[in-house]
Design a protein around this ligand. Structure first.
Ligand code: SAM
Length: 288
């Protein structure tokens, strides 16, 4: 089987199998070898690694991963792609394809079975309609992770990497940065895919922190505060937290905590760093 990753081979495979793209599955296949190599390099895949690939499509990136990694498991939801993958990956004895919805797969169990519970790498050209649930699921379900290196919509990558004061900074930035260090490895234009997506894309690497970068006694409260602060972006932090149905602090309690942090009572959530949100959570929970 010829190496995929260029327009000619990709079109030949799609025609051979009479494959029809399904928009609902976010199918945009990569056709640029330089981008594929960049992804593998950014993920730092070596022959020691077990890699989980989400959404292999016709197996283009899977071929690159199979050559770089010790073992690859690829989870694909579209059963029409399975016969294609059998052919395109037929030569590799270190690849296993599972036909399932990634959101239903027990990835922690997979990491135990395939990698003895040691941190795994996740590499994917993600289906954009479920980027956030996939990434949050990996972090929140305690999957042992080394890094997640994924193609996402450019604006989502910008939000994940943004810091306080930037227009892109929000709940996604803070939540991702609580779990991982974000690094944008490449910007990728629409002409690197078939069919071309309507948006620009970026490869982002999220390297899991060994320890969270901030101490916080009640992380559930921390995440509730973060969500509430950005739900009403134009309101002050005090009003956003007071109005949130997820929280039950009085206005006086919130104002007191904000002042105790040395912040103005009219400060907005977008001005606070992760460390300041963690300190706010500690002050508020200590008052209860
Ligand atoms: N990796 C291929 C490439 O780079 O050419 C395909 C990437 S395409 C953007 C996303 C892939 O994810 C498609 O093959 C799609 O069918 C698959 N997919 C969509 N939703 C999925 C889900 N919930 N679980 C697993 N795979 C999914």
């Amino acid at each position: 089987m010829a190496k995929l990753g260029n327009p000619q081979e990709t079109i030949a495979v799609l025609q051979k199998y009479g494959f029809h793209f399904q928009k609902k599955f976010g199918q945009n296949f990569l056709i640029d070898p330089r981008v594929l190599e960049k992804i593998i390099r950014a993920a730092g895949v070596t022959k020691e690694d077990f890699v989980l690939e989400i959404g292999p499509g016709i197996g283009t990136m899977t071929q690159y991963l199979a050559e770089a990694a010790r073992e690859v498991t690829a989870v694909e939801i579209d059963r029409n792609l399975i016969p294609i993958l059998e052919e395109t990956l037929g030569e590799y004895d270190n690849v296993n394809v599972i036909c399932d919805d990634i959101l239903k797969v027990d990835i922690a169990a997979l990491a135990r079975e395939k990698n003895g519970g040691k941190p795994i790498k996740v590499v994917a050209n993600l289906p954009y309609y479920i980027t956030t649930p996939i990434i949050m699921g990996l972090f929140e379900r305690q999957v042992p992770l080394d890094n997640i290196t994924v193609m996402v919509q450019k604006e989502v990558a910008d939000r994940m990497q943004a810091g306080p004061g930037s227009k892109d900074y929000g709940a996604l930035s803070l939540t991702v940065q609580y779990y991982a260090e974000a690094y944008i490895a490449a910007f990728v234009p629409p002409n690197c895919f078939i069919p071309r997506p309507g948006v620009g894309s970026a490869v982002i690497r999220l390297t899991r922190h060994k320890e969270p970068p901030v101490d916080c006694r009640d992380t559930a409260l921390l995440f509730r505060l973060i969500r509430a602060s950005f739900n009403q972006r134009r309101k002050t932090l005090v009003n956003s937290l007071h109005n949130s149905p997820e929280l039950s602090f009085s206005k006086e309690e919130i104002q007191g905590a904000v002042l105790a942090l040395g912040l103005s009572p009219s400060v907005r959530g977008e001005a606070l760093s992760l460390a300041q949100f963690a300190a706010l959570a500690d002050i508020l929970s200590a008052g209860r």
